[in-house]
Design a protein around this ligand. Sequence first.
Ligand SMILES: *Cc1c(COP(=O)(O)O)cnc(C)c1O
Length: 358
Amino acid sequence: MTGMIPAAKPLIGEEEREAVDRVLRSGMIAQGPEVAAFEEEFSQLVGGRHCVAVNSGTSALHLALIAMGVKPGDEVIVPSFTFAATANAVKLAGAEPVFVDIELDHFCIDPAAVEAAITPRTAAIMPVHLYGHPAAMDKLVPIAEKHGLAIIEDACQAHAASLNGQPVGTFGLTAAFSLYPTKNMTSGEGGMIVTPDAQLARTLRLLRNQGMEKRYHNEIVGFNTRMTDIHAAIGRVQLKKLAGWTEQRQRNARFLDEHIKAAVVPPVAPGAVHVYHQYTIRVEGASAADRDAFAQKLADRGVGSGVYYPVPVHKLPSFGLELDLPQTEKACREVLSLPVHPALTQEDLERVVEAVNA
Ligand SMILES: *Cc1c(COP(=O)(O)O)cnc(C)c1O
């Protein structure tokens, strides 16, 4: 047996190193022309919408909420089965996250639960395209329209995913992508905010830079959440590789789908293009301890795996809420994410399958 097959692996090549070197040698390393070029190039992923680069996916969500006018006293409907950053961004904007359940099939927010949670204080709906599978935007967009609510997409895990031919990041008034190293593409750390609204894009540019467009003429109170040209240079190279890597993830997923017999493989909704940020199986009927024992047996056979996420966000000490979200609880007990990243060899894939089925 060779070494452990890692659950995730950032792929950094010679071109990324050269791009960083180019920026370092230029002597201009803060936000500049590389960031502007990266925004322009990223917009091709999202139908030419305005793109505003920031220093993380969390900042992208936070600034988007503020730019949309979400404020203290407002409620934002979020899934509880997600990374904590989704709800943290709402809280940091001064609003209250209202946690609702998911549909177990695709692990994304349940549109019926969203509609049931709408109150006069609801300001926005924040679906998460979890694991790279698009949320049910075909149902969520009409619900938002009917109630006059904005949608902010948490697309942090879903670069280039789509539903019925429409890319994620183009359904909402805003969307946020993460460029953290384990995501489908990276800039080291980074995030991208997407919007079709030019005025909102300008507000976002102000918010990321102390409220300034013209230096020392601060128009609003803002943050420093700028991306550096060093990070943008890495992101530009990675963006060129994204399509090939996505195809490789999809090929790897197809192999796992066809050969895994001992667990529930992740279904894909009709019309959805899944980009497999994670390939997440369910150990049906398992307790968390059973699932963890399963993961340990995989590790004993040299197969890394991950549990995203073991605790519903509403139950974390940071939120500490008692809610009845049965599908979320079940997902937290049963999910296990297997290696699916583009660095896997055919031999790795066969080892993953053998280990799971054993
Ligand atoms: C990664 C992630 C974020 C946060 O992105 P960072 O770049 O790590 O700040 C937010 N939401 C989801 C669903 C994520 O996976």
